[in-house]
Design a protein. Structure first.
Length: 83
């Protein structure tokens, strides 16, 4: 495995750990989250269940998901939610 693949794998692992840390809070409200992709400094996720249609999902993404991912993986600059 070359260095680029290893760095990418480590980044994906950090993002997955971040998502696992916030999953219980989302589950408590009837929602969930899945990792769609990690490309460079951009993470794409999908909110599931009640979180996908909740009227505060934008706040959840910005304040909860994005901040948590950036704590675990500071090299991430952008987090995008896809439907």
């Amino acid at each position: 495995m070359n260095d680029t693949n290893q760095i990418q794998e480590e980044l994906v692992t950090k993002v997955m750990e971040a998502l696992e840390s916030i999953r219980p809070f989302l589950n408590k409200d009837g929602g969930d989250i899945e990792l769609v992709d990690v490309q460079g400094s951009t993470v794409t996720v999908r909110l599931l269940g009640h979180c996908s249609s909740c009227n505060i999902s934008t706040s959840t993404m910005k304040l909860g998901v994005e901040n948590t991912i950036k704590q675990f993986a500071p090299e991430i600059e952008t987090v995008i939610n896809v439907e």
